[in-house]
Design a protein. Structure first.
Length: 421
């Protein structure tokens, strides 16, 4: 197993190119199932989760030609509609094939994702919405078996909670349904917006893109013909590098970003004393002289993203004063707290709120990554910890950060990937 050895204390400088967004690419790859023709995707991040979902498509019978950032996918040859446990258990986002498989083939079996390090993460809202669209759903042997032999029917869906994956699954299902589907309380994250735009560009009439109410006129089972899609920049990767600049008190530039998508992180970093120069597709962060404490609550877009909570906690550890961080989306997304405390942080948890008392120094230690964003928080802390930090179990990082150690090394960090003896 690989681990990262990081020697803290190095200043960063220069620029880093932000990759395509994993969480935009995953639903877009799933959406290619709605087509029986070749689709080209560009600016894919070179990360494990993308390869896992592409592997699932080939297991279903799809043809995939993948070369780091570009994939040519032809799902005209799909022969199976079963997403097996072997893949879904590796990556929960595989559940995103449920809506498109059911919409295109009228039946499918998708393994239930099971447990997750950051919370329960049920899929009840996805299933309830598909049932409202006329699907028969049964859970048996660890699989969701869904059937809509005459095709799905447009319906009015009111989500009890805003769900990114739920909205994506239902938008994809609705694209081939008979009639119009309305989604109330839809997610409006940039990744959901790009999925909607891809489907709208293929001729499906969608109203309300980028709002909490979507209306999708289905094609009555006619497969879609997609244009080439360039994946949007990864707003969470961008936010993570901004935190790298802030925590090491370095000036760095991020290339290929969408400022609008990272507004919540920029605002919080400004409140912590950082300043920014914005160009059309790049952003330069100038660090705070002393990092001020922060108060933040994770919430749906355009609010502060849960996927940036761990990284901001690492930064708050180095602030002068006490920060308060409340996690509202996932009940267990604080696994990084005890690992940060092993490096010398002073963080107290009470329910869904963490009180972070700033410390003067962190000291290198062995720490263990527990999920994707928790892992990047440990890397951030390690960049400023005195001595050597070994971040173990970095397969979590490899799922979602494209060449993290390569990009950080290029910025001047002392970080190397090593193999456990
Ligand atoms: C997406 O997960 C992202 N994953 C997550 O990123 C991100 O943290 C999350 O959205 C929130 O922004 C991908 O896009 C692949 P949700 P998703 O459905 O879609 C509850 C990362 O680090 N819920 O919006 O699974 C759920 O438990 C990952 O890149 C139900 O109760 O998240 C949570 O509390 C981690 N029932 C809330 O809704 C359901 O049926 C929001 O979850 C569905 C969700």
């Amino acid at each position: 197993m690989d681990y990262l050895e990081i020697v803290g204390g190095k200043k960063l400088s220069g620029s880093v190119k932000i990759s395509g967004a994993k969480n935009a690419a995953l639903p877009i790859i799933a959406a290619t199932i709605l087509s029986d023709k070749e689709v080209t995707l560009t600016n894919l991040p070179n990360v494990v989760d993308i390869r896992t979902l592409l592997k699932l498509l080939t297991m279903l019978g799809g043809e995939v030609e993948h070369n780091e950032t570009v994939a040519h996918i032809n799902n005209g040859s799909i022969t199976s509609t079963k997403a097996v446990y072997e893949i879904v258990s590796q990556m929960r986002a595989s559940i995103l094939v449920l809506g498109p498989l059911l919409a295109r083939f009228g039946e499918c079996e998708v393994s239930l994702p099971g447990g997750c390090a950051i919370g329960q993460r049920p899929i009840d809202l996805h299933l309830k919405a598909l049932e409202a669209m006329g699907a028969n759903i049964e859970i048996k042997g660890g699989y969701v078996r869904a059937e809509a032999k005459e095709g799905l029917i447009g319906a009015k869906i009111i989500f009890d909670k805003i769900t990114v994956g739920g909205t994506e699954n239902i938008v994809m299902a609705a694209a081939l349904a008979h009639g119009t589907t309305t989604i109330i309380n839809a997610a409006k994250e940039p990744e959901v917006v790009q999925l909607c735009e891809m489907i709208a560009d293929a001729g499906v009439k969608i109203e309300g893109i980028g709002t909490n109410e979507l209306s999708i006129e289905g094609t009555c089972w006619k497969p879609l013909d997609f244009q080439t899609v360039e994946i949007i920049p990864d707003r969470i990767e961008a936010g993570t590098y901004l935190c790298a600049g802030a925590i090491t008190q370095s000036t760095i530039t991020l290339e290929k970003v969408n400022h609008q998508h990272i507004r919540a992180s920029i605002d919080k970093l400004e409140s912590m004393g950082c300043t920014f120069e914005l160009e059309e597709e790049s952003i330069t962060i100038h660090p705070a002289e002393t990092i001020k404490p922060v108060s933040l609550i994770t919430i749906e877009y355009p609010g502060f993203p849960t996927d940036m909570q761990a990284q901001f906690m690492a930064l708050a550890v180095m602030a002068e004063g006490e920060s308060l961080i409340e996690e509202r989306l996932f009940e267990n997304r604080f696994m990084h707290v005890s690992e940060l405390n092993r490096l010398g942080a002073d963080i107290w948890l009470k329910g869904s709120t963490a009180a972070v008392k700033g410390v003067e120094k962190l000291y290198g230690a062995d720490v263990m990554a527990t999920d994707l964003r928790a892992s990047s928080a440990l890397v951030l802390a390690a960049l400023v910890a005195e001595g050597i930090t070994n971040v173990r179990r970095i397969y979590h990082l490899d799922r979602g950060y494209d060449d993290l150690e390569g990009k950080l090394s290029k910025l001047g960090a002392d970080i190397v990937r090593k193999k456990e003896a």
